[in-house]
Design a protein around this ligand. Structure first.
Ligand code: LRH
Ligand code: MN
Ligand code: MN
Length: 389
């Protein structure tokens, strides 16, 4: 086995890809939610399904919650259930976009009362983190405006900064605030956190416990996401990813399905700075919906897609690349990258899984368990993921 293969296996073994609880619920577009059979009826069952993905991939050891979609009476009991199932609760995602009060925004709303309500929700999310042992609070705001003149762009930034400061002050020593940006939607004229620069500026003011989240589906077409990765890494402000694929807007399709080469390029930036393991503090999460495909296999496939892109990036001959770059040999440098990208890493990953005591083929292994048929028989009237219920 070459040194690079050994190194790739080592890093792949330490990789954790966090699953979103909402990927297991019914979802759709604003046109139609197609209910599937066997869908979880509560957050406990969502965690059980996520644990099933972990059982077959060995790399999906945590589950992100979305509040209030995953509201329960007893969060410590939910965390205990996760532990029993062999996973843990990861990032807590806040939700200030599904209440009538938020029509004109939440933390940037012109009315102080609405801002208070939104802030209290964010503080409640930190209480939940305390109960579940979660370290990360993920904030995404649907705030923005639809028409020029509707509200002051600058004043909205001031309101945002004030709320963020209050939430930041509430964080425990080991807790972080991860701020996610998105170009547009649901607002169409301005969005209050539309890009990495805005998120970065707020995080910088807040302090070291505030970092930026890159959702791969949240950019204009053609945006060079790996460049953003490199910059945020360099500044120590890359907190994590919401991985998914997009063809047009925020499609939330399976990561690595639309543009596997882009995923490889992103992972190359991360591999080149050795920040794939848990000690890096970078949260690698999926943020996806499986509207027309089966959900558990959809998550297994997605995890495998990330692993494949990671393995390819790990196989890059770094010495040869550095030498070609130093020599200004454009073609040779590009060829080093393309050689790695064009390597079929599926045998390497199959071998690694067997070494880890897993089945070489997670999709086939899941199908053979009968888990899918079992949940269809056992569960009726599954829960909506959160949208269009
Ligand atoms: C917003 C977003 C954000 C939400 C999730 C459900 O588009 O990416 O991360 O929490 O979708
Ligand atoms: Mn997201
Ligand atoms: Mn999104």
């Amino acid at each position: 086995m070459s040194d690079r293969t050994t190194y790739a296996k080592q890093v792949l073994t330490s990789q954790n890809i966090e699953l979103p609880s909402w990927a297991f619920g019914n979802s759709g577009t604003r046109f139609k939610v197609f209910a599937q059979q066997g869908v979880p009826r509560d957050p406990f069952e969502k965690i059980s399904d996520a644990a099933q993905v972990h059982r077959h991939t060995g790399t999906a050891g945590s589950v992100a919650l979305h509040i209030p979609w995953d509201k329960v009476e007893d969060y410590a009991a939910l965390a205990a259930h996760a532990a029993e199932q062999g996973v843990r609760i990861g990032t807590i995602n806040s939700n200030t976009f599904q209440d009538d009060d938020y029509m004109l925004g939440s933390v940037c709303h012109p009315d102080a009362g609405v801002r208070r309500k939104a802030t209290d929700h964010l503080l409640e999310c930190v209480d939940i983190m305390d109960a579940t042992g979660s370290n990360d609070l993920k904030l995404w705001f649907a705030d923005g405006t639809n028409y020029p003149g509707q509200d002051s762009i600058a004043d909205r930034q001031d309101r945002l900064a004030e709320v963020l400061a209050e939430v930041y002050a509430r964080l425990g020593d080991d807790q972080r605030l991860l701020l996610e940006y998105k170009l547009f939607e649901p607002s169409f004229y301005t969005t209050d956190v539309p890009d990495w620069g805005t998120a970065y500026a707020h995080c910088l003011k807040l302090g070291p416990k505030a970092q930026v989240v890159i959702d791969t589906g949240h950019h204009a077409p053609g945006t060079n996401i790996e460049f953003i990765v490199a910059i945020l890494l360099r500044e120590g402000k890359l907190g994590g990813f919401d991985f998914n694929s997009r063809f047009y807007a925020d499609d939330d399709l399976m990561v690595g399905s639309a543009d596997p080469f882009q995923l490889f390029r992103i992972l190359h930036e991360l591999v080149s700075k050795d920040v794939l393991g848990p000690e890096s503090g970078i949260a690698y999460m999926l943020d996806q919906c499986h509207n027309i495909e089966a959900k558990i296999p959809g998550q297994i496939r997605s995890v495998m897609n990330v692993q494949e892109a990671t393995a390819k990036a790990l196989l890059i001959d770094r010495e040869a690349l550095a030498a070609a770059q130093a020599a200004g040999d454009v073609l040779a440098a590009n060829a080093v990258l393309m050689d790695a990208y064009n390597t079929d890493v599926r045998p390497l990953l199959a071998e690694l899984r067997v070494e880890q005591g897993l089945d070489a083929d997670p999709m086939a292994a899941y199908a053979a368990t009968g888990y899918g048929a079992g949940i269809i028989a056992a569960r009726k009237d599954g829960q909506a993921a959160g949208w269009g219920a």
